[in-house]
Design a protein around this ligand. Structure first.
Ligand SMILES: *Cc1c(COP(=O)(O)O)cnc(C)c1O
Length: 348
């Protein structure tokens, strides 16, 4: 199978920079960003803050670093971090909160709805006293990755955040795909971000930048975050080289709707297969359950790979397919045909 023929639906992180992005990188005005001398990074941070409606923003190498900086900046070692059981921070960040910030995590089971109810947050908050460390941060996620790119309604986030903030506990939004949520919900990203004290979003996912994420919040928070970025080894020098294509990526917000339409088409095609359950997605992530067909995710993943479709094993019978800038409707149709043949072959 040639590279060209492989339909890579593993993630929206797999996109390659466009010619326009490569040109922007080649001609970027640069300086030493640790000294705040890189005009392209400064422009990216200004536009990123504007895009999510915060005072300030910080360019960081990855979404994981953005989340970990936020945890470090908001908490003291020994405090608790309250978050949802299936959140990216808890599941997929190598226990970074414990290792890098010395916080204890307390998880909430928020079920299919992904964002904890006010009651669940209230029950999860811990007051500092002789025996208990106190909660230092509540983290929520939108869109919710593991739950299949669910776009969590604005008022749900706001209700959870309000309980925390009433208890003087700050709120971090892991909005790696917050623009997917905004497009799906038909609101401005700033509305989703508003109840939180800080937000992470990825430039290198659906927006198509080659490298980088943003951590945004008010000026005092971003000033702290800048020091923590240095501590974590994320201070970059002539980063305008990668910030220039990331600036172009900010123009890709509205076209996320195409990814959502393609994901819906993909889910409909897969759901029509016998024994395959693929609910219509909110955004660009399709989670496919093949238990009724007796096909384990590990076998589906391996056979899809051989058949020229990239996907990610999520659970025993759950597999994730993600649409993005580099796949169109005809790729989606071809992917459905290939997966159909694979499932037919593996079905028991
Ligand atoms: C991808 C993702 C991250 C991490 O981003 P990286 O740039 O891959 O480190 C964090 N949170 C969520 C919800 C994500 O989907």
């Amino acid at each position: 199978m040639s590279d060209d023929d492989f339909i890579d639906l593993r993630s929206d992180t797999v996109t390659r920079p466009s010619e326009e992005m490569r040109d922007a990188a080649a001609t970027a005005e640069v300086g030493d960003d640790v000294y705040r001398d890189d005009p392209t990074v400064n422009e990216l941070e200004r536009r990123a803050a504007e895009a999510v409606g915060t005072e300030a923003a910080l360019y960081v190498p990855s979404g994981t670093m953005a989340n970990q900086i936020a945890i470090h900046a908001h908490t003291e070692p020994g405090q608790e971090l309250l978050l949802e059981r299936e959140s990216h921070i808890y599941r997929w960040e190598l226990a970074g909160a414990a290792k890098l910030s010395g916080v204890q995590t307390r998880t909430i089971d928020a079920g299919e709805r992904c964002v904890p109810t006010p009651k669940a947050v209230r029950e999860g908050l811990v007051d500092e006293d002789l025996h208990r460390p106190g909660t230092g941060l509540l983290a929520v996620e939108n869109t919710h990755n593991y739950r299949g790119g669910v776009a969590v309604p604005v008022d749900r986030i706001a209700a959870a955040a309000e309980v925390a903030r009433d208890a003087d506990v700050p709120v971090h939004l892991d909005g790696a795909r917050v623009f997917n949520a905004a497009v799906a919900l038909g609101v401005d990203a700033s509305e989703i971000v508003d109840p939180a004290d800080s937000v992470t979003f990825c430039l290198s996912k659906g927006l198509g930048a080659p490298v980088g994420s943003i951590l945004a919040g008010d000026e005092a928070f971003v000033e702290d975050a800048r020091r923590v970025r240095k501590l974590f080894g994320g201070g970059m020098r002539q980063a305008g080289m990668i910030a220039a294509p990331a600036l172009r990526a900010l123009d890709n917000v509205d076209r996320l709707a195409e990814d959502h339409a393609n994901a819906e088409r993909l889910a409909a095609g897969l759901d029509a297969l016998d024994g395959v359950d693929a609910p219509a997605p909110d955004t660009n992530i399709v989670v496919v359950d093949t238990e009724a067909a007796g096909v384990e995710a590990a076998s589906l993943y391996a056979a899809c790979k051989d058949a020229g479709v990239g996907c990610v094993e999520f659970d025993d019978y759950a597999t994730r397919f993600t649409t993005h800038l580099d796949v169109d409707e005809s790729d989606v149709d071809e992917a459905v045909d290939r997966v159909a043949a694979v499932v037919d072959d593996l079905r028991d």
